[in-house]
Design a protein around this ligand. Structure first.
Ligand SMILES: O=P(O)(O)OC[C@H]1O[C@](O)(COP(=O)(O)O)[C@@H](O)[C@@H]1O
Length: 415
């Protein structure tokens, strides 16, 4: 029997997509100064109605933690902004809420950017496919186009918040002074792990927030920008990361616990899914680039040899996991426990080590350079690098007991 010849016409969705431009060419959205905490909360209330169509139950961690089961009632859904504004327990002040409102907006734009089919053409248009040269980084550290665009997105959001005096970014040689009366200082790695982007491996934004130091107000802009940015991690008032992966996760702490929010693409809200995250006191995973084994000091080799044979303080054989994307490796460690590390002088104290140490401490874990607590180290240079070890309390104590864990040989690896 002859097959019927049916002509199928595919009608494109009526909501046609404008050609993507990164960053989108929209003047000040969300508009500057139009928002108060109240208007933000009023205009951005997600309901279960607009979530339920997806046939999944959100907030399972909320359900588990409250000891109930079944679907989550509408009033149990908390957005990042509601949480920050006090409805979920944190009271951080209106200025910080407004700043977070802009930060989450910036990160949603970056999430769209990293998932865009137009990434490669972005590089070509800008003539930056090999990465631009910068004093802050050279060789394999040279910024890639997506780093640069993400940096611009964050800077523009921080400016729009009206709440930030200075931004120091891993992508900029020097901090940028934004406004004299901004109460906050923001340090950021706008897009960590971007060398993996062509393979669609997870990436992340890392940020830390300090108060502007009023005692420096009289200094010239360059000087006060630098000194405000070189604050110790113990001064952090908030920190966070945003993981761009199969889910977009905004994990943050205002100094009272670490909480993670998952982006609900149907509403555009970050929904509280992991309140009061606690890193397990002991994990069974170590995370390190172990191709560097022969450049490691004896202490680190012995530690890894011991735990992978199940001969450590915890008598089970450890597993290895290494994505080579700091935010992703850190996020997994926070959830499953164990230790994630980069033992050579590679990661940056100001933009990476301090914010992530703040988060891991708030979750009950530890952040160290192998000898000292990260948050207690006084930064002396903006782009200062150091060995970084983050993880479960017991794993970290065991690792540090080997003494000699910092990799001194750092030959500049090709990949
Ligand atoms: O090459 P190594 O030592 O494994 O370093 C990998 C680490 O470097 C990073 O890619 C950051 O380095 P860049 O700033 O050079 O991108 C992290 O995401 C990752 O954890």
């Amino acid at each position: 029997m002859p097959l019927p010849t049916t002509i199928i016409t595919i009608t494109p969705p009526s909501t046609s997509c404008p050609a993507p431009i990164f960053p989108p060419n929209r003047p000040h959205f969300p508009p500057r100064n139009l928002f108060t905490t109240k208007t933000i909360l009023h205009n951005h209330r997600p309901t279960m109605a607009n979530l339920s169509g997806f046939g999944f139950s959100i907030g399972s961690r909320l359900v588990a933690s409250s000891g109930t089961s079944g679907s989550v009632a509408d009033d149990e859904v908390r957005t990042l902004i509601e949480y920050a504004a006090g409805e979920g327990g944190a009271t951080v002040g209106d200025d910080l809420v407004l700043l977070f409102h802009q930060l989450q907006y910036a990160c949603k734009r970056i999430a769209a950017l990293v998932a865009s089919p137009f990434n490669s053409s972005l590089g070509k248009h800008k003539g930056l496919s090999g990465g631009g040269a910068s004093a802050a980084g050279s060789g394999r550290d040279a910024p890639k186009p997506l780093d640069i665009v993400s940096n611009e997105i964050i800077l523009s959001s921080l400016k729009n918040s009206g709440k930030v005096a200075v931004m120091a970014s891993e992508e900029d040689d020097t901090p940028i002074w934004i406004t004299d009366d901004g109460p906050f200082v923001v340090v950021t790695d706008p897009l960590d792990g971007s060398r993996n982007i062509d393979a669609s491996i997870p990436t992340g934004t890392i940020f830390g927030i300090y108060k502007r130091l009023p005692e420096l107000d009289h200094l010239p802009k360059e000087e006060k920008a630098l000194l405000n940015s070189l604050q110790k991690g113990t001064n952090l008032v908030a920190a966070g990361y945003v993981l761009y992966s199969s889910a977009t996760i905004f994990c943050t702490s205002f100094g009272s616990g670490t909480h993670a929010f998952t982006l609900d693409h149907s509403t555009g809200d970050f929904i509280l899914t992991h309140p009061s995250l606690k890193i397990p006191p002991r994990g069974q995973i170590y995370s390190v680039n172990d191709a560097r084994y022969f450049d490691w000091p004896n202490g680190l080799r012995q530690y890894i040899d011991t735990v992978r044979q199940g001969k450590g303080r915890y008598p089970k054989k450890y597993s290895a996991r290494y994505i080579c994307s700091l935010v992703a490796d850190f996020h997994r460690t926070l959830l499953y426990g164990g230790v994630t590390m980069n033992p050579r002088d590679h990661l940056r104290l100001v933009y990476e080590a301090n914010p992530l140490s703040f988060l891991v401490e708030q979750a009950g874990g530890k952040g160290s350079d192998g000898k000292s607590r990260i948050l207690s180290i006084q930064p002396v240079k903006l782009h200062q690098r150091l060995p970084l070890f983050l993880g479960s309390l017991e794993d970290m104590e065991e690792l540090e007991s080997y003494g000699d864990v910092q990799q001194k040989v750092n030959p500049g690896y090709e990949v």
